[in-house]
Design a protein around this ligand. Structure first.
Ligand code: HEM
Length: 550
């Protein structure tokens, strides 16, 4: 018996060691091959943290404080380009401005967005978010018009009205509490921007500011959460298994579809009866082809539904994160807070206590405050692409089918692009030496009907020579953050987002003073892997809010 056990143990150990050494040889040969493919013209191979067998760099990521700091750590150690292994798959992450611009603009046709997994594809269907090629172009052309400056301005009153509602709620809470109140502003701002996107996109009041639980959003969140599970990331068939989570998933899809289809139908009937002028994004989408002389195939009802959903989902959390972190940054810098409040007060007085559309355009310093917050805290932490053909990025040979990420945090923290002390919140970095707003007009002023485009170039020295002649470039010699992306697939809602964020900030900063709550520090984390890599404050943002004398 003892001999049998001994023989079995020996055989088992032998088999285990054999399998281990075979797998290990396969894995490390694969790693070496994939690394050698990416090399610099000066002979360097791509830097990387040595991956562990089978798991790659997952261990390093889980050892770091969170995934966000893991990425930052890799770049701190290895510089502007680094290879990261997720199990046996790999990607490169870059933080060089020129590389980013080649990927997003100059050679953008070579870098496609990732194909989303089947659940995400089903949720967003055929929309501007998920399409590629000619189909994407058609959607984007129609949607650019819908999100043009002219149309966004038309939502001014809705932006002001909802921001005032939130200000009113805070005032009431302060009155009940005494002089000031500690608030976790992140949830309130999420509610505000959900209500705004509901009203502007389909004249629907989600009533999130009134604390109403929202079944539509809960179902979307359930689908998005499920979509980040590995079983759905890697298979198409899992969703068809008879599991309770899949039944719930099917119900969630049904709910979302019914909700949107009923709204679209109702809106079409209203428009037919009243022949009314378009008043929301849905109306504009239904009429989008009327804006063009050329023959463009109109969006089908299904495509309208898909795009509407893309706007609702993308159009609230990102802005809530940005405004929360802007208020947090201002609370940490009382002198900047006072300066921006003075600008807002002047504009409000001019408007007789009202925030007018002309007033919003005059809030130049607020633009820089927002821009600086978007640089330090990009709500989308980076972009992901896949190369279709081989390419060269600043001397680095990139093979075809290579996953490439642009990681904003370290890119935005480079003094070569953003000037001295890039870790500091300093809106003045965008002003030239005489304190003149170097970007005047560049942030919110653009030609009618074109999406915003900052066509600045770096490096900085080259910029200096052109700066004086082009408002889109900064005279101060710094680059503009890439927070909204760049090139053809730049954020569709950039102008919408900038406008609504400015309004919300102006309304709130006009009425309230802010301090960071004692012992509070923002804890930033990446969202689960989805279509975008979102960044958000994990425990919200806690501020002490008090009334301002106006
Ligand atoms: C601070 C707020 C926002 C930030 C930082 C942001 C950021 C971005 C970025 C970086 C992209 C490009 C993704 C890529 O190239 O892979 C993008 C795309 C997009 N964004 Fe935004 N976004 C914001 C707000 C909004 C809002 C308010 C809307 C809608 C109302 C919106 C709708 C979209 C859509 C539809 C796309 C896809 C465009 C395309 O692929 O052609 N975003 N956004």
């Amino acid at each position: 018996m003892i001999t049998k056990v001994f023989t079995f143990s020996l055989l088992f150990t032998f088999a285990f060691l054999l399998v281990w050494s075979l797998v290990s040889t396969w894995y490390f040969q694969l790693v070496a091959r994939l690394s050698l493919q990416i090399h610099h013209s000066d002979g360097r191979t791509i830097p990387r943290q040595a991956p562990k067998m089978l798991v790659g760099n997952l261990v390093d990521v889980y050892r770091a404080k969170n995934r966000l700091s893991a990425y930052h750590g890799f770049h701190e150690k290895f510089g502007e380009i680094v290879q990261i292994f997720w199990l046996w798959r790999q990607q490169i992450s870059v933080t060089n401005y020129q590389m980013a611009r080649r990927i997003l603009i100059y050679n953008q046709k070579n870098y496609e967005k990732f194909t989303p997994n089947s659940l995400i594809q089903k949720l967003y269907g055929s929309s501007v978010l998920t399409n590629t090629g000619d189909n994407w172009q058609r959607h984007r052309l129609l949607m650019n018009e819908v999100f043009s400056r002219k149309h966004v301005k038309g939502f001014h009153d809705i932006f002001v009205d909802y921001s005032e509602r939130l200000a009113h709620q805070w005032s009431k809470r302060i009155d009940q509490a005494g002089e000031n109140i500690k608030l976790n502003i992140y949830d309130d701002l999420n509610a505000l921007f959900l209500d705004i996107v509901g009203k502007t996109s389909m004249s629907h009041d989600f009533a999130a500011l009134n604390g109403e639980a929202n079944q539509f959003l809960a179902n979307i969140k359930y689908i998005l959460n499920q979509s980040t599970r590995p079983v759905h990331q890697f298979t198409k068939w899992w969703q068809h298994l008879p599991l309770s989570s899949n039944h719930k998933l099917a119900d969630a899809f049904k709910y979302v579809d019914n909700f949107l289809n009923e709204l679209i139908e109702a809106r079409k009937n209203i428009n037919k009866q009243s022949n009314s002028n378009s008043s929301n994004v849905l109306d504009l989408l239904l009429q989008a082809t009327d804006f063009f002389e050329d023959n463009i195939q109109p969006l089908t009802d299904k495509e309208v539904r898909d795009n509407l959903l893309a706007i609702i989902v993308n159009g609230h959390e990102t802005v809530a994160t940005s405004v929360s972190l802007t208020l947090y940054s201002l609370a940490q810098h009382p002198e900047i807070l006072a300066r921006v409040q003075a600008e807002i007060a002047e504009v409000m007085e001019k408007g007789g206590g009202q925030l007018t559309t002309a007033g919003v355009a005059e809030l130049n310093y607020l633009d820089y405050v927002l821009l600086e917050s978007l640089r330090l805290y990009p709500p989308m932490a980076g972009l992901q692409r896949i190369s279709l053909n081989s390419d060269v990025l600043e001397g680095w040979a990139i093979p075809s089918q290579q996953a490439v990420g642009i990681t904003f945090g370290p890119l935005h923290a480079n003094p070569e692009y953003f000037g001295a002390n890039p870790e500091h919140f300093n809106p003045d970095r965008y002003l030239d030496t005489e304190g003149v707003p170097a970007l005047a007009g560049a942030v919110v002023t653009t030609k009618e009907s074109t999406p915003l485009s900052f066509s600045q170039e770096c490096p900085v020295k080259w910029l200096h020579s052109l700066a004086k002649h082009d408002k889109g470039r900064t005279k101060a010699g710094v680059c503009l953050p890439l927070t909204f992306g760049d090139g053809a697939r730049k954020c569709l809602g950039e102008h919408f987002a900038m406008y609504e964020m400015k309004v919300a900030l102006a309304v709130l900063l006009y009425r309230f003073n802010l301090q960071v709550a004692p012992n509070f520090e923002a804890d930033l984390e990446l969202g689960k892997f989805g279509l975008f890599i979102s960044m958000f404050p994990k425990t919200g943002i806690e501020l002490i809010v008090s009334r301002r004398k106006v």
